[in-house]
Every structure is written in structure tokens, then in C-alpha cells.
Write a protein that binds this ligand. Structure first.
Ligand code: NAD
Length: 327
């Protein structure tokens, strides 16, 4: 805990929650964010915010040196699956080339520890569920392929240059820090829970359900939702684990699956009224079921997600939907 933690993408959804948790745990923090998707209001006033790009080696190296950074948590990325298919260049450039340059800045400054935001999208269509970390890696989107490329880069840098890293493969991040004044704001929003709650609040006319003929109990897709505060805790455990291990790859999910219809009906209970739904056909590339095995993160990191109750997750997201800045 001697040095400062550089949080790239710390003005975004998961990054801003992790910054709060780092402060609560006594860490010193600096945020680097180019604000392409992030928000200055999401960064606490006491945290230095460097507005700039992870690809700017000079700026990153200067930030590391001037602020005494000893480790990096790397959230900064583009993460829209559909956009990645229509504009792969932007994704390879920002995610892969950007991370390469971030690693260069770490090398020239002798900074050796990084925790990286990977994704369940590296697995693609799973052969078995729950998905463990040894499952086949066969991403079906450009987004997933950029994240897998970065995982490979970290592994190779560890072998050749002694980099210490943890890749965290998140399933569906959800909810908001209760009373924390921060929450999920993506533009455009593509995540189910905020879309459902925006349909509930009238911010959008309805929520679209893609596919009702999957081989699941109610015909809709099943996903694993993990509260953003539990995700934030895992980053601190991952940082601490780099004192003891050089590298690791962990799934971060709740190990429970909920269907789209279950999300809508539980959300209706939380908001107290029906939510308008429009049923559409399947989207290509959407697997029927994605549920994590989180056994490894529990056993090796000591991670113990505590906000796994779906209604509780939705309550925190609903509180945020009602109070979020009208951007
Ligand atoms: N939200 C999820 O459910 C989910 C699931 C799996 C993985 N992830 C990964 O977690 C990370 C954070 O996701 P999020 O939902 O908080 O996204 P977000 O868009 O809210 O946050 C990303 C932040 O990174 C910043 N950024 C992007 N490119 C940058 C660059 N080149 N230089 C500096 N800053 C840059 C953006 O401005 C933004 O503040 C991403 O890497 C994403 O791929 C998210």
C-alpha cells in the first residue's frame, strides 16, 4: 500500500466504484481518463484526475513518476459489442494498441503490477455452464477478441519482462454503490438492467427483449449479474494477491443465472408497476446461457461477493436511475 494506484478509466462505471473502494481501504489513487465515455462527476474531488489517453506514453510516464504510482488498475477501453463489429479498427486501436502503450509507459518507469478488466466475452459460446477459467477461449465479437489479445500480451510480458498481472473476467456488472452518488451511465446504454429501469422511469418507451425461443425455462437468455461493489472488492484483493503471485486469471460472477424475463418481473416488483416490454427476434451472437464458476476467485483471492440477491441489485440500480445526473 506504499505507492499510489493509477486507475485508468476511473471516471467510468466500474472504475469509479473501484476508486471509492480503494479510498475506503486507505489507498492513494490517481485517475487517468480521456472522458470519451467517463464523467468528471464520478471522480471524488480529493482524487487527482489526469485527463488524457492511455496511449500517451509521455503523459502516463510523467503521471507515474510525479505521483509515485506503483500499480495500475486498467479499466480504460471501448466495450460495445455491436460497435466493435462495425468499427474494429477503433477497438484494436483503443483497446489493444492503447494497452500496449500503457505497458510501455509502465516498463520505462519500472512499474510492474497491473490488474486488467477482461470479460466473459473471451469465452464466446460456452461448451459447458457454469464457465470456469479453463473453458475454451473462442470470442465471437471483435470486442472479446481485443480483450483476449490483451490477456495474451500480459502473459507474454510476464514471461519476458517480469510483469505481474491479474486478468479479471467480469460477467454482467450491475447495480450501484448504495448512497454513493455514482452508478451506471453508458452512452449509448446497451446493458439490460439500466434499459429495463429506464423503461420503468419513462426515460425510454419500452425495453426490447431479444429472443423468446431459447432453450431456457422461459425462452429468454440467462446471464450472471454481479454487483459493481463486489467487483470493486475483487480488484483490491487482486492487487493484494500480486504480492504473493506473479499472475492470475479469474472469473468474476455470482454463479447464479437470471433470465431476461426474471429481470423484468423482479424489476416490476422493485419499481411497483408494470414495465413496457417489446419482444423481438434473437440477436446474432447471443449465447442462451452465460453463468460463471467463481470457485477460483473465492479460493485463491478470498473473494466473497455479498450483494448477490437480485432484488437488492435492482434496488440499488433503481435508486441510481431516479437520482442520476440528467446528462
Ligand atoms: N460493464 C460491464 O458489465 C463489463 C463487463 C465486462 C468487462 N467490462 C470491462 O470493464 C471496463 C470498464 O467498463 P465500464 O462499464 O465501467 O465502462 P465505461 O465506459 O463506463 O468506463 C470506461 C472508461 O474508460 C475511459 N477510456 C476509454 N478509452 C480510454 C483511453 N484510450 N484513455 C483513457 N481513458 C479511456 C472512458 O472515458 C470511461 O470513463 C472496460 O474495460 C470493459 O470492457 C465491463
Amino acid at each position: 500500500m506504499d505507492g499510489r494506484v493509477l486507475v485508468t478509466g476511473g471516471a467510468g462505471y466500474i472504475g469509479s466504484h473501484t476508486v471509492r473502494r480503494l479510498l475506503q481501504n486507505g489507498y492513494k489513487v490517481v485517475v487517468l481518463d480521456n472522458l470519451s465515455k467517463g464523467h468528471t462527476w464520478a471522480v471524488p474531488l480529493e482524487v487527482p484526475l489526469v485527463i488524457g489517453d492511455i496511449a500517451d506514453i509521455g503523459l502516463v510516464a510523467q503521471t507515474i513518476r510525479q505521483l509515485g504510482v506503483t500499480s495500475v488498475i486498467h479499466f480504460a477501453a471501448f466495450s460495445l459489442v455491436g460497435e466493435s463489429m462495425s468499427d474494429p479498427r477503433a477497438y484494436y486501436s483503443n483497446n489493444v494498441a492503447g494497452t500496449l502503450r500503457l505497458l510501455d509507459a509502465m516498463r520505462v518507469t519500472g512499474t510492474s503490477c497491473i490488474v486488467f478488466s477482461s470479460t466473459a466475452a473471451v469465452y464466446g459460446e460456452p461448451a459447458r455452464v457454469p464457465i470456469d477459467e479453463d473453458s475454451v477461449l473462442h470470442p465471437t465479437s471483435v470486442y472479446g477478441r481485443t480483450k483476449l489479445a490483451i490477456e495474451g500480451m500480459l502473459e507474454d510480458y510476464a514471461a519476458a519482462y517480469g510483469l505481474r498481472y491479474i486478468s479479471l473476467r467480469y460477467f454482467n456488472a450491475a447495480g450501484a454503490d448504495p448512497g454513493g452518488g455514482i452508478g451506471e451511465v453508458h452512452n449509448p446504454e446497451t446493458h439490460l438492467i439500466p434499459l429495463v429501469l429506464q423503461a420503468a422511469s419513462g426515460r425510454r418507451p419500452f425495453v426490447e427483449v431479444f429472443g423468446t425461443d431459447y432453450a431456457t425455462a422461459d425462452g429468454t437468455c440467462i446471464r450472471d449479474y454481479i454487483h459493481v461493489s463486489d467487483l470493486a472488492d475483487a480488484h483490491i484483493l487482486a492487487l493484494q494477491s500480486l504480492d504473493k503471485q506473479q499472475k492470475g486469471v479469474y472469473n468474476l460472477g455470482s454463479s447464479q443465472g437470471f433470465s431476461v424475463r426474471q429481470i423484468v418481473s423482479t424489476a416490476e416488483g422493485v419499481v411497483g408497476h408494470p414495465i413496457p416490454v417489446v419482444e423481438s427476434g434473437r440477436r446474432s451472437g447471443d449465447p442462451a446461457v452465460l453463468v460463471a464458476s467463481n470457485v477460483r476467485a473465492r479460493a485463491e483471492l478470498g473473494w466473497n461477493p455479498s450483494m448477490t440477491d437480485l432484488e437488492m441489485i435492482l434496488r440499488t440500480a433503481w435508486e441510481w436511475e431516479q437520482n442520476r445526473p440528467r446528462t
